[in-house]
Design a protein. Structure first.
Length: 167
């Protein structure tokens, strides 16, 4: 049984030089493939826009962003967090949207969460949504399987149907 474990575990048993020589070659390949996917998984910290900062214009990032100040423009990010004292006047598009402050405009996200301090004036298009008690919300809520990419296709399909009914 112990002799079989030497064959099954060539790395920990340096007794056989041939097995040890073969094991590092295999181990060198495995760690490099393990480290390659690990590098993209390690994300930089979220970008923070401080409370005294006012931005007029659109913001686009593939990373995470935390808004604490005022933004007048559209925001696109992976994770968007609107701070408690923050105000965003524009469309918010992200995989995950967490609203603690005020948003005036459309919100699109796979996961949308309005906390108890949230104030949203605009439509929300989402895959999943959570609205905490105390949140203020004025607008409509629409669930879509792909609110980020399929929103334009799904929204433009009903629009031609409505004028057809009016004619």
């Amino acid at each position: 049984m112990f002799s079989k474990s030497k064959i099954n575990e060539p790395g920990p048993k340096p007794a056989g030089e041939t097995e040890t020589a073969k094991a590092p070659e295999m181990n060198q390949t495995k760690p490099s493939s393990d480290f390659t996917p690990s590098a993209p998984k390690a994300k930089p910290p979220a970008s923070v826009l401080s409370a005294d900062l006012t931005i007029t214009g659109n913001i686009k990032t593939t990373g995470d962003i935390n808004i604490e100040g005022t933004v007048e423009g559209d925001i696109r990010a992976h994770l968007l967090t609107v701070g408690e004292g923050a105000t965003v006047k524009g469309e918010c598009i992200a995989d995950d949207v967490v609203v603690n402050g005020r948003v005036v405009g459309k919100v699109r996200g796979l996961k949308v969460r309005l906390t108890s301090t949230a104030r949203v004036e605009g439509d929300i298009i989402h895959k999943t949504i959570a609205i905490e008690s105390g949140a203020h919300f004025e607008g409509s809520v629409q669930r879509q399987e792909d609110p980020l990419n399929g929103a334009n296709n799904k929204m433009s399909a009903p629009k031609p149907a409505e004028p057809a009914k009016a004619d």
